[in-house]
Design a protein around this ligand. Structure first.
Ligand SMILES: *Cc1c(COP(=O)(O)O)cnc(C)c1O
Length: 368
């Protein structure tokens, strides 16, 4: 019996495990020197811009909205095809998410439809780079500048990806990353935000931890309501062990994606992702099943064959929380169709080319 192949698995090396043990023995396990070092390394990767870490990508997004001045009554434009955190944070700050359908080819927000969704209440856009495929940053910022909108890039899945040769996070407005266990680089749980300027650092730090500012030996002041979003040194040490391997991870993911394209049987009638080997970090390799195939049966049959398959994601405007706010089936036909048929096939750096062949053969058998 061949071992079960999950759809993803983190690559944590022994040096990182030893480093975490050292942190645990050090007597300082929550935010401290490891967090500082992790943020410095992230800043270096983002062209020297100010970066602050969080205990999740969701927290980074929520603080990003607050830093952008998004408040009750504002509207925020985003995609219906993302992890639900993307829209939940908009509700969390009291604003209203306004969904715009996706481009069925990229599965990302269709920028050609964004301007029609802008109203006097629109304050920001949250683009999502689904599966690590970057949203067109030139067109995005052109629209944002013309309408004076803030941009909060949900780059949770696209850490290490780039746009026309520029690393995501090294340019743009606010950029949020996630270091959840399934992301390309992980802290187990964690996140970060890249700030458009260093002037936002003090407010960002206050919003991260109870609104507190310390001064001198004993000074403490609270002038704004902050959350409890700080990263621990234990988690930051995991991330510090991952960052030097980012280039290796991304290259391996690209090679595995190429192997999928080479081996996938085109006669199966599935829609494959765009073959972007320049910019995408290949966070996921997702195919759209033909409409005749029942997705749940495909997933069960693949599990029988020892292969894990994920679903990322159902269109979120159809969740009851969002239906209660007025969205209905039929509002975003492309996102709904993709959300119904999409599956995530195994893709992670420790996978072999033989694993890809095994997935392709099993899928061909199941779909036949
Ligand atoms: C993972 C993810 C998030 C949230 O990140 P967490 O670290 O899990 O809070 C937000 N948006 C997208 C697109 C994600 O994939």
């Amino acid at each position: 019996m061949t071992p079960h192949l999950p759809f993803t698995r983190p690559s944590i090396d022994e040096a990182t495990i030893a480093g975490v043990a050292e942190v645990l023995r050090s007597g300082w396990i929550t935010s401290g020197p490891q967090v500082k070092a992790f943020e410095a390394e992230l800043s270096r990767l983002c062209g020297g811009r100010a970066v602050r870490s969080f205990n999740s990508g969701t927290a980074a997004l929520e603080v990003g909205l607050r830093l952008a001045g998004v408040r009750a009554g504002d509207e925020v434009i985003t995609t219906p095809l993302s992890w639900v955190a993307t829209a939940n944070v908009v509700l969390e700050v009291g604003a209203r998410p306004v969904f715009v359908d996706v481009d069925p080819r990229t599965r990302n927000i269709d920028l050609e439809r964004v301007e029609a969704a802008i109203t006097p209440a629109t304050r920001a856009i949250i683009p999502v780079d689904l599966a690590g495929l970057p949203v067109d940053r030139d067109r995005l910022y052109e629209i944002a500048e013309r309408h004076r909108l803030r941009v909060l890039e949900d780059a949770a899945q696209s850490f290490g990806a780039s746009w026309r040769g520029r690393t995501l996070g090294s340019f743009g407005d606010l950029v949020a990353f996630s270091f959840h266990a399934n992301k390309n680089v992980t802290c187990a749980e964690g996140g970060a935000i890249v700030l458009p300027g260093p002037d936002l650092v003090p407010l960002c730090e206050k919003l991260r931890l109870q609104g507190v500012t310390r001064s001198g030996e004993d000074g403490m002041e609270v002038d704004v309501l902050g959350g409890k979003f700080n990263l621990t040194d234990v988690a930051a040490r995991i991330g510090l062990g991952q960052l030097p391997r980012l280039a290796e991870f991304t290259a391996r993911r690209r090679a595995l994606a190429r192997a999928y394209f080479e081996r996938w049987d085109a006669s199966l009638d599935c829609e494959l992702p765009p073959q972007d080997f320049e910019d995408s970090n290949w966070h996921m390799f997702q195919v759209l099943l033909p409409q005749r195939v029942e997705r749940a049966r495909f997933i069960a049959a693949m599990r029988e064959a020892g292969i894990g398959v994920g679903v990322h994601y159902p269109a979120m405007h159809l969740f009851s929380l969002y239906r209660a706010l007025g969205w209905r089936a039929g509002d975003f036909p492309h996102a709904e169709r993709v959300g119904r048929g999409i599956v995530t096939l195994p893709l992670f750096p420790a996978m072999t080319d033989a694993d890809v062949a095994r997935v392709c053969e099993a899928a061909a058998r199941v779909l036949a």
